[in-house]
Design a protein around this ligand. Structure first.
Ligand SMILES: Nc1nc2c(c(=O)[nH]1)N[C@H]1C(S)=C(S)[C@@H](COP(=O)(O)OP(=O)(O)OC[C@H]3O[C@@H](n4cnc5c(=O)[nH]c(N)nc54)[C@H](O)[C@@H]3O)O[C@H]1N2
Ligand SMILES: Nc1nc2c(c(=O)[nH]1)N[C@H]1C(S)=C(S)[C@@H](COP(=O)(O)OP(=O)(O)OC[C@H]3O[C@@H](n4cnc5c(=O)[nH]c(N)nc54)[C@H](O)[C@@H]3O)O[C@H]1N2
Ligand code: SF4
Ligand SMILES: [Mo]
Length: 690
């Protein structure tokens, strides 16, 4: 028997991007472990990826190309050859492109976060074809934009510093489920005497383990940040020297914050005055004592109408108290912009002959149902889906399904499994998993460049995404040399070596070592140097003004809440959120039996008073509905959900639910204030016994 250990990287959409060691025996991957030497992974994987071999060798893996033989959505397919598959796709796309290539839309997200199997060969192909561009907004664009207005780029506190903080605000995140290796650092900080405060409408697994939990109403974080500013200013819990040297617009901010008394803040957020005042005092007080205070703001705060502004406001706090002076102080939203990425080279936008229109992935439901028009451009005639499962994950699902079911739509899906989306494919192609292909990764939670070596040969006839687009490019006669690059050649260009942060990047050595840290300062803004137009932390943003936004921190109420839309709340009085379940990764892993068994079945957490009023008991089947649709779940009566809030942990595959539906039946396609992002946690519903 030959045994080897292969260095790999977790490909999933998770900030932790763990370093993996894959044990391979006679060509079979038998175990996936966390690399004990990689500082952030520290030898630990989450339960999901510990089961990676179960997912990879799953009996339902797609192993051959197939074409649809049943109705759309029915999921009946027949095996075909790769030749037939590529011919069919190339000829259909060619036909459509000869009319208007913009009628073709790629649809992809972060099923893998690798640069190679993500947007490299695929982007080149669609650029050359002249297809519509896709605005990839479904996750993080609102918060990303808000953060950039204040800080200039998605750069923040290094996760490896958090254990030295004395106070950590875990704001709109559930790291035990979704950012485990940050949580390990936060726990270490706790052991060293730090206080942890969770700010979350729901008593999540994480909130349960913090010293304090502030359960505000969803979508009101921007107000809480303003209320904190009010108290920090009123009680002089400020770092005046830092403000003077490294911030812009403090005078105007002061006036704005004056409007946000603790009383008004408490009323808006549905919490007590005491909670507002104490939070500001703890935060500003610790900073005044010279202690590092850190904020881990996560994506839970930005899936609401004012989500961009919420992140922008929260990102102002560290500069007010001078928290950036410490390596363990400041704030982390994402480390994405710490990496000198090279999209021009990987994706080749220069292959575009003219600028096509852009389709927002978050409104795919509406857009699939639109006719051609001057404003919209051509009706969508073809969709090529890879690294994503829109039928399960996109908002207002009834419309998404109606769109995917269109008989005149040509749909190609590249997948590991027959997902809810795959059921609607005309041509379904088997994709390799991370164990079967090469890739290179940046991350959004730490500062290491990461390599993924192929551990095993592709299963069945599965092919990497890159290979599919190479074959299509060849069949369509695209002859630019970039279509002949190998996966290794692409990976070798992923980071800019003329940038000091990646000057030591070398693909061959990264492949051998598995990971390598960027050159990055310990305390990124200790001496200012923000990446905003002014080079300061911008309390006042001229850029926001130019974009038609309030240039100062403000509060933008939810589209749907009791306070902001009382008429709607009469019919649908409960706010619903649907954050990630611990054992799934978005909709990935839902089909892994052992993980699904742990999650049980789709459930809805609701407060005992809300349940009582509706005659609902623990374990009852309930129907959750609004004007957009409905889905069924099992009620869990618990005070983890505050009154007026229901929580359906997600994202279930529809086909595993009794009614074939999931939480996205009731979510809306209304967008955020910035970044054109979806508002998954800005939803009013009613609940009744099913
Ligand atoms: N196990 C697991 N891990 C994951 C994922 C997964 O599906 N499962 N998904 C991955 C992906 S793609 C992402 S983007 C991240 C997301 O992970 P996070 O950034 O942690 O964000 P969410 O999971 O959306 O929400 C986290 C918390 O925010 C709370 N929340 C909801 N609305 C609000 C609000 O208005 N204000 C505040 N303060 N809190 C609110 C929720 O109750 C939840 O507990 O996790 C990644 N990691
Ligand atoms: N209600 C509700 N909806 C949500 C959210 C929520 O919190 N609540 N969260 C939103 C967020 S934050 C996000 S990021 C999106 C996530 O939405 P998606 O990015 O669509 O994520 P997944 O559902 O995990 O689907 C990824 C798919 O890619 C496939 N895949 C993985 N690797 C490869 C590969 O190498 N090649 C190919 N061809 N396929 C591959 C996987 O098998 C999987 O089916 O969902 C959003 N939707
Ligand atoms: S999903 Fe996240 S925590 Fe789990 S192995 Fe992957 S990167 Fe690590
Ligand atoms: Mo996400």
């Amino acid at each position: 028997m030959t045994t080897s250990i292969v260095r790999a990287t977790c490909p999933h959409d998770c900030p932790d991007t763990c370093a993996l060691l894959v044990t391979v025996e006679d060509g079979v991957a038998v175990q996936v472990k966390g690399d004990p030497d990689h500082p952030t992974t520290a030898g630990v994987l989450c339960t999901k990826v510990s089961k990676y071999t179960e997912r990879t060798y799953h009996k339902d893996r797609l192993l051959h190309p197939m074409k649809r033989v049943g109705r759309k959505g029915e999921g009946r397919f027949e095996r075909i050859t790769w030749d037939e598959a590529i011919d069919t796709i190339a000829s259909r796309l060619g036909e459509i492109a000869s009319g208007n290539p913009q009628a073709i839309v790629p649809y992809s997200y972060a099923g893998t976060m690798g640069f190679v199997q993500g947007e490299s060969m695929a982007a080149r192909f669609f650029h050359k074809l002249g297809a519509s561009l896709l605005d990839r907004t479904i996750c993080a664009s609102a918060g990303g934009e808000g953060y950039k207005y204040t800080i200039g780029a998605r750069i923040g506190t290094d996760v490896e510093q958090f254990q030295n903080a004395k106070l950590i605000l875990i704001w709109g995140g559930n790291p035990i489920a979704s950012n485990l290796h940050f949580w390990m650092r936060a726990q270490e900080a706790k052991r060293r005497g730090a206080k942890l405060i969770a700010i979350d409408p729901y008593r999540s697994l994480t909130a349960e383990k913090c010293h304090q939990h502030i359960a505000l109403l969803p979508g009101t974080d921007a107000a809480l940040a303003l209320g904190m500013m009010h108290v920090l200013i009123a009680e002089d819990l400020l770092d005046c020297d830092y403000i003077e040297q490294h911030t812009l617009g403090f005078g105007q901010l002061k006036e704005r914050a004056a409007e946000w008394t603790p009383e008004r803040t408490a009323q808006t957020c549905g919490i007590s005055v005491e909670e507002v005042v104490q939070l500001a005092r703890e935060y500003g007080g610790a900073a005044k004592r010279g202690e590092p205070v850190a904020i881990r703001v996560n994506y839970g705060v930005q899936r609401v109408h004012g989500g961009g502004m919420a992140v922008r406001n929260i990102a102002c706090l560290p500069a007010l108290v001078g928290a950036w002076r410490h390596a363990a102080g400041g704030i982390q939203l994402s480390s994405s912009d710490s990496f000198p990425k090279n999209p021009q080279v990987l994706q080749r936008p220069d292959l575009l002959k003219e600028q096509p229109r852009t389709i927002n992935m978050s409104t795919i439901g509406d857009d699939l149902l639109r006719e051609s028009s001057q404003a919209f451009g051509p009706k969508i005639e073809a969709l090529v889906v890879y690294n994503s499962n829109p039928v399960a994950v996109a908002p207002e699902s009834a419309k998404v399904v109606q769109g995917f079911a269109r008989e005149d739509l040509f749909t190609v899906v590249l997948e590991h499994f027959q997902t809810d989306t795959a059921d609607y494919a005309d041509i379904l192609l088997p994709a390799t998993t991370q164990l079967e292909h090469v890739d290179i990764h940046s991350t959004y939670g730490h500062l290491y460049m990461m390599a993924n070596n192929a551990a095993i040969a592709p299963l069945g006839e599965a092919k990497p995404n890159t290979e599919v687009f190479r074959l299509l490019a060849a069949r369509m006669g695209f002859d630019d040399p970039c279509f002949h690059e190998s996966d290794d050649e692409i990976a070798a260009q992923a980071f800019k070596r003329d940038d000091v942060r990646a000057i030591h990047f070398d693909w061959d050595s990264l492949k051998r070592k598995g990971w390598q840290k960027l050159n990055a300062p310990d305390a990124p803004f200790a001496h200012g140097g923000f990446l905003t137009p002014s080079g300061k932390c911008e309390f006042y943003s001229a850029k926001m003004k130019a974009a038609g936004l309030d240039p100062l921190p403000a509060y933008i109420p939810p589209h749907e809440s009791v306070a902001s839309n009382p008429a709607l709340a009469k019919k649908y009085p409960l706010a619903m959120i649907s954050p990630p379940a611990r054992n799934f990764l978005n909709s990935s892993f839902v089909n892994v039996q052992s993980l699904r068994d742990t999650e049980g079945e789709p459930h809805l957490d609701m407060h005992p008073s809300d349940a009582d009023e509706r005659g609902i008991g623990d374990g009852d089947a309930v129907r959750i509905y609004n004007d957009r649709g409905s889905f069924i779940a099992k009620a869990r009566v618990t005070d983890k959900a505050r009154r007026g809030l229901v929580v359906g942990l997600s994202i279930w595959w529809k086909k595993f639910a009794a009614d074939g539906k999931n939480a996205n039946e009731v979510t809306s396609q209304q967008l955020t204030d910035m970044g054109n992002a979806p508002t998954f946690y800005d939803v009013l519903v009613q609940v009744e016994k099913a």
